[in-house]
Write a protein that binds this ligand. Structure first.
Ligand SMILES: Cc1cc2nc3c(=O)[nH]c(=O)nc-3n(C[C@H](O)[C@H](O)[C@H](O)COP(=O)(O)O)c2cc1C
Length: 193
């Protein structure tokens, strides 16, 4: 189904407005992850917002990555990746892993997953995956991973990093005890990315 986009006031088809498309997508809030891997004796990774769950049985997750990524071909060659779910105090880390061609891992502390994939310290949780499938979709690849190992059972008492309208946001949802004490419920604030 590849129809031309339709103007919402006139109902006529229009040339596709890429900027408006981007701005529209930006209205969808999400968490932020770093997709990491191990290739050629080195850790690799990139910041990724497009992570989502696919299937419980079998356990599958997915993300999409631009075809111009220099990291993804290395992940593909290794056959594995880990999803690192970032916490609110990891904004700098998110920016760092979004800069292509830089030494993304300098100063970053991490430990190997049971399979040896780098898992960044201080994340909310992680998933260790084997690449299960890949589909080319326009200028991105949709990558499906089979989840083989998960982060700790005890979740850290931290807030998630949220990305909304091209900006990092703070969504305070953690610490049921603290919330019960303050009875303030959850709060959110956004700041410049
Ligand atoms: C918050 C945030 C979310 C991002 N999400 C994605 C994504 O879902 N897919 C993607 O391909 N790039 C995404 N990027 C951009 C990549 O992180 C960026 O292109 C990265 O530099 C690619 O690096 P590489 O060339 O080392 O692979 C995101 C960047 C930021 C800051």
């Amino acid at each position: 189904m590849r129809g031309r986009p339709v103007d919402d006031t006139t109902g006529r088809s229009t040339e596709f407005d890429v900027r408006r498309f981007r701005n529209t997508l930006a209205k969808y809030a999400s968490g932020v992850t770093v997709i990491s891997g191990w290739h050629g004796g080195e850790p690799v990774g990139f910041t990724c917002q497009s992570f989502y769950s696919v299937s419980l049985e079998p356990p599958l997750v997915s993300f999409s990555v631009t075809t111009s990524s220099t990291t993804y071909p290395r992940l593909r060659a290794s056959g594995h990746f880990a999803v690192n779910v970032l916490a609110d105090d990891q904004r700098e880390l998110s920016d760092k892993f979004a800069r292509s061609g830089t030494d993304k891992w300098s100063g970053v502390s991490w430990s190997p997953s049971p399979r040896g994939i780098p898992v960044i310290d201080g994340t909310l949780t992680w998933l260790d995956c084997e690449i299960w499938d890949e589909h080319r979709a326009g200028d991105h690849f949709i990558v499906v991973g089979h989840v083989d190992a998960l982060g700790p059972r005890e979740w850290p008492d931290r807030d998630p990093l949220i990305f909304y309208d091209s900006t990092y946001c703070h969504l305070e949802v953690r610490s049921r005890t603290r919330m019960a004490r303050s009875s303030a419920g959850s709060r959110s604030t956004c700041g410049s990315a």
